[in-house]
Design a protein around this ligand. Sequence first.
Ligand code: ZN
Length: 263
Amino acid sequence: MTQLSESLYLLYHELRPRRSDYSYVVETAAFEKQCDLFLKLRSRKEPGLFPEVTFDDGHVSNLEFALPILHSRGIQAWFFITVGWTGQRPHYMDWQQLRTLHEAGQQIGAHGWTHTLLTHCSPAELQKELAEARLTLEDKLGTSITTMSLPGGRANSRVIQACRDAGYTQIFTSAPKREPRPAGAMIGRLNVRGDMTLEWFEQLFEPKSSVLSSLGRQHQMKTAAKALLGDSLYEKLWGLVNRQETETSMGDATAREDSAHHQ
Ligand SMILES: [Zn+2]
């Protein structure tokens, strides 16, 4: 179908029919247009990046809104599930919904048990966040789970080793960069925000575009700032400069997760 030799993995969280101020909510109609663009890009003849779609957290909008859009276009995406939220937390999928998603041909991976940043976990906590999350997903879905997405994109060598020990062969991060096809053991992703326009996406995928490399540099600087300030001070500063939604209709889980998802 295509000669494209490198991929760009996009990271989505929640879709909503209407525009939201919450940074990582993408409007359903915008996602639909983005998927149409991805189909066009996937079939082009000239060199360029092959777009791949991933979702983190297991929000119920992934099933309600994203699945029909992906399915009708024949796009197979990855859905990384926060296992402890499944059937437990309002607005997140339950096991039956997750099975529906899986049976529709979509790929399921793990996103921890509690969404705690793994770099903050003790060895016993890592066991629960990684091994128990994987085994529970396998048990409930009756399939092999080998992919893991890092909550908040946070990792260090101890976390990476723990992921390997827990049986994950591919780890998805939040560092935006091009990836070989087929992908290797660590896969970077671009975190999609609701204010990214279709024109912006078109530029991103232009063969000579500098958008991705500039995003990559920004991400490296932010990672360095987190290392310097520590996660907790960094989150506070981030909260000050980014608008956080407070309306209750969205479910405060989303608002609380806001800082955990920023890059
Ligand atoms: Zn997440």
